[in-house]
Design a protein around this ligand. Structure first.
Ligand code: PLP
Length: 443
């Protein structure tokens, strides 16, 4: 039984007024899936402008890592704001140095690291791409179908989760060749191991046919694919990709913008696979909601990036750095382990829900990065697209924020501080929403 803490029907009267005003002045280009108008948030709970309360299983797309308005993060922001708001990338300040030191200690490779700080995920990717071309002197890149890396012209050249992202804006940055991402639920290649099959395809088809490997600067990969459907690759894939890169002198750039900063129960998802990349890009969870990202690379590479070849006015903003340092304190001390434990708890319960709701074809993920792929039936595995879009709407009507990804996957990416009581409440709403949509669709 769900107990909704609602004061109005959804969207409520105050929300409706804001939605109307928004429609007049905010570009309608961004996808908004349902009309949640936020007033405040605490931890994994959020309230809309009409006082209706929701459980948050998306955390602003994996951003509110420490929960909404964590007091330690808010305090760090306020204390920094009292001193100065901005100084620009042309100067120095302590929080930027401290964050660089912290990222060097945390970086998922044994060599010391250096970081270039940005304001967003897409800027982190742009920085990594420019650095890779500059230090290798090579022009080409490899990306993956289903990947999402941002929406600016360089990162967009790799983004291949939905063609709406690229429609009407071609040409993006030239030089990117896409290959399939291993999908164990929907195998594309013959053979048991989809990871090895993709590597074989890269080596023996792509590199032999039209992409000379000695012209490839870097391979850009999400260690767990996010927008593409929360796909976890088989264990063979990332170690094999590392070997392939080493064989051909190609840099391995991991995009941990969604999967990083403790979300999967380790600081970086790539650590689950025992692989050391050359470059890691982060953003989202790093600032708990303040706009900050980083290109963190092996020092030996960063030192070769020519002086003045890149820069940013706002990157490394003092308030954002302070928020990131407070976030990392919390994630390292407590929330990364909580993500592991609560991830196990949620996944176990979601597998139980899978028994009950035949539409749930696959439950997958690591830590608090969990996807439920919905299918019309488990034999054909036809994506249940209508069901998936109705699910996010119905969960909202029942008091739970969810977002879709892939063709028909419901993603769960709650704040890393979520506790069993709130998680349980979310699960009950999820269960009810599956039943409601099935009834609505006459299934
Ligand atoms: N890379 C990944 C894996 C992402 O999930 C995203 C955003 O969803 C990005 C890059 C782009 O980040 P931003 O929206 O901050 O530019």
């Amino acid at each position: 039984m769900i107990t909704k803490q609602f004061k109005t029907a959804l969207p409520g009267p105050k929300a409706k007024i804001l939605l109307d005003r928004d429609a007049q002045v905010i570009a309608p280009v961004s996808a908004r899936v349902y009309p949640f108008v936020m007033k405040k948030g605490r931890g994994a709970e959020v309230w809309d402008v009409d006082g209706n309360r929701f459980i948050d299983f998306v955390a602003g797309i994996a951003v509110a890592a420490t929960g909404h308005s964590h007091p330690q993060v808010v305090e760090a922001i306020k204390a920094t704001a009292d001193k100065f708001l901005h100084i620009s990338g042309d100067f120095y300040h302590e929080a930027q140095v401290e964050l660089g030191e912290r990222l060097s200690r945390l970086a998922p490779f044994s060599e010391p690291a250096m970081s270039f700080l940005t304001n967003s995920g897409t800027e982190a990717i742009e920085g990594a791409l420019k650095m890779a071309r500059a230090v290798t002197g090579r022009p080409r890149f490899i990306g993956f179908y289903g990947g999402f890396h941002g929406r600016s012209m360089g990162s967009l050249a790799f983004t291949a989760s939905k063609n709406a992202q690229q429609r009407g804006v071609f040409p993006t940055m030239p030089g990117v060749t896409h290959v399939p991402y291993p999908n164990t639920y929907r195998p594309l290649f013959a053979g048991e191991d989809q990871g090895l099959a993709v590597l074989d395809y890269m080596e023996n088809v792509v590199f032999q046919s039209n992409v000379p490997p000695d012209e490839v600067a870097a391979i850009l990969v999400e260690p767990i694919q996010g927008e593409g459907g929360y796909l976890v690759p088989p264990p063979s894939f990332l170690p094999g990709l590392r070997e392939l890169c080493d064989r051909h002198g190609i840099l391995l750039i991991v995009d941990e913008i969604q999967s990083g900063i403790g979300r999967t129960g380790k600081m970086f998802a790539v650590e689950h696979f025992g692989v050391q990349p050359d470059v890691v890009c982060v953003a989202k969870g790093l600032g708990s909601g303040m706009p900050i990202g980083s290109v963190t690379a092996r020092k030996s590479l960063m030192e070769k990036w020519p002086y003045n070849a890149h820069g940013s006015t706002y990157g490394g903003n003092p308030i954002c750095c302070a928020a990131a340092l407070a976030t990392l304190d919390l994630v390292e001390s407590t929330y990364m382990e909580n993500a592991r434990q609560m991830g196990d708890y949620l996944s176990e319960n979601l597998r139980a829900l899978q028994e009950k709701h035949p539409v749930i074809g696959d439950v997958r993920g690591k830590g608090l990065m969990i996807g439920l792929e919905l299918v019309e039936d488990r034999i054909s595995k036809k994506p249940a697209k209508t069901f998936a879009s109705k699910m996010t709407q119905q969960a909202y009507q029942n008091g739970l924020l969810l977002l879709p990804c892939g063709q028909s996957t419901v993603r769960l990416a709650p704040p890393l501080m979520i506790d069993p009581a709130i998680a349980e409440e979310g699960l009950v709403i999820l269960d009810q929403s599956f039943s409601d949509v099935a009834a609505m669709m006459g299934i």
